[in-house]
Every structure is written in structure tokens, then in C-alpha cells.
Write a protein that binds this ligand. Structure first.
Ligand code: BTN
Length: 248
């Protein structure tokens, strides 16, 4: 049976991810989509914050897909593909996927995806909370990576509700393909719009930075980086940056 999305709205919240995680722990059914106008403690990846003023989209979905932790972790790539499709439909500038789960518009980050999971029963995660923020009208300065928003990139003036409807419409068929065939069904789609594939990159990890060439991603979304001395490094989590090009 196809999943029913039930959208709920709050004017202000600490974090849509945290609120849905609390409900997941209490046994809430999958399909709840929580959107807030403003987040007072929006969360980003790797312990960072997410600036969440009114005008942009902040939403999370509660899902219970019966996947192993490794398979579940690939859902962030599926969300990035959905967002990429939405943005390509309304923009005339290039839209790329940046590993792991960012979407870049003309080279600038326009969105963030935070996937959290909890509990394991019989080798499957009990729940996933997929949180997505999309810059529709404004974007923060002073970030790790250059940022933009939909309006600044020449796109239409969408309300958060309109953007949410469009995003869910893109996400649904991709989610169904992922449920039945996993990330293997969608990896080529993600790679077709990958930022920096084959290029020199620097991967910033918890305790070190590794330089090399961005060779591929594997079936569980791990980045494969080939160092200058030919060693293949598997990178499961981190931030990547394009390596500065040598002066001509
Ligand atoms: C990133 O660091 O790129 C991920 C940012 C994810 C932000 C979204 S906004 C909706 C949801 N609620 C949160 O607290 N974070 C995610």
C-alpha cells in the first residue's frame, strides 16, 4: 500500500527533526510530515546549526522503511535527487548533487538534508527522520560553503507550502523505487548530476583531511577517493571541497 503523507504545520518549533524523533520514540505512525515556519534550534550535519528564519522551507518526514542501517543511510541521496529534480524544473542554471546530500545551484549550496535514525529490531532500523531545509527567499552568509536561495538564483517566488508540495511529489516515486530496489536503483541518477566527480578534492573528516581524486560512490553511498599515491580510500562521512587548482 502506498505511503500517505500527512502534513502538519507549526509556526515555531525548536527543530522539526527533534520533534519528530520524540514522536517516533512514542510509536507515531510513518508518513507524518512536519513543517515549521521558523526553527529556534535548527540542526545541521555534524553538530552544526541550521539558520531557520521565516520564508524558507523547514520540514521533516517520519518513515519506517524496514531497512538495515547501511541501506537506510542511503535515503539522504534519494532526497537529494528529489530536490535536484524540483530545482531543475524551475531554474535555468546548473543544479548538482554534492556528496553526501547537498544540492548546489550554480555551485552554491541551496539546501541541507539531515537523516537521523533510531532503534534496531531484527537488523532493521525502527524509524528514520528525514529533515530537509531549502533556502527559498534568503540564505545565510558566513558558512562553510557558498550559499544561495531560490529567488537569488533566478527562480520563482515559492511559499514554503508550495515548495513542500512540489518536493513531496518528486520524492514519492523515488522513495517507492528505493523501497523496492534500494539505492542501486537510483545511484546512476545521483551520479549523473554529481559535483566534482573525477576532480581533485579535499575530504575533511573528523580528525584529518585527505586529498585525492573523487573516483566514485559505491552502492551504500560511500565516497571512493584515490590518493595521489594510488590508494583507494573509502569515506563514509565528512565534508568535501574542490581542491584549489594549481596556478597556470
Ligand atoms: C546540513 O547541515 O546541510 C543539513 C541541514 C538540515 C536542516 C533541516 S531544516 C529541517 C530539519 N530540521 C532540522 O533541525 N534540521 C533539518
Amino acid at each position: 500500500m502506498s505511503l500517505i503523507f500527512r502534513v502538519q504545520h507549526q509556526a515555531e518549533i525548536d527543530s522539526t527533526n527533534d520533534a519528530l524523533k520524540a514522536r517516533a520514540h512514542l510509536g507515531a505512525e510513518e508518513g507524518i510530515v512536519l513543517r515549521a515556519d521558523v526553527q529556534t534550534a535548527g540542526k545541521g550535519r555534524r553538530g552544526r546549526g541550521w539558520v531557520s528564519e521565516a520564508g524558507n522551507l523547514y520540514m521533516s518526514i517520519l518513515l519506517r522503511p524496514q531497512k538495515s542501517p547501511a541501506d537506510a543511510a542511503t535515503l539522504g541521496f534519494v532526497a537529494a535527487i528529489a530536490l535536484g529534480r524540483l530545482l531543475r524544473a524551475v531554474l535555468s542554471v546548473p543544479v548538482h548533487h554534492k556528496w553526501p546530500n547537498d544540492v548546489l545551484v550554480d555551485g552554491c549550496k541551496i539546501s541541507g538534508i539531515l537523516l537521523e535514525s533510531g532503534g534496531i529490531t531484527g537488523g532493521k532500523v525502527d524509524w528514520l527522520v528525514l529533515g530537509i531545509g531549502v533556502n527559498l527567499r534568503h540564505h545565510p552568509a558566513q558558512t562553510l560553503y557558498p550559499t544561495t536561495d531560490l529567488l537569488a538564483a533566478g527562480g520563482p517566488s515559492l511559499t514554503p507550502d508550495q515548495a513542500l508540495d512540489l518536493l513531496l511529489a518528486e520524492f514519492r516515486p523515488l522513495y517507492e523505487a528505493w523501497l523496492s530496489g534500494g539505492f542501486a536503483n537510483l545511484r546512476a541518477d545521483w551520479l549523473a548530476h554529481c559535483h566534482g566527480l573525477g576532480d581533485p578534492i579535499v575530504a575533511r573528516l573528523e580528525r584529518e583531511e585527505i586529498s585525492g581524486r573523487f573516483e566514485d560512490i559505491d552502492g551504500d553511498g560511500t565516497l571512493l577517493l584515490r590518493t595521489d599515491d594510488g590508494i583507494l580510500k573509502r569515506i563514509a562521512a565528512g565534508d568535501i571541497f574542490m581542491a584549489p587548482r594549481p596556478a597556470a
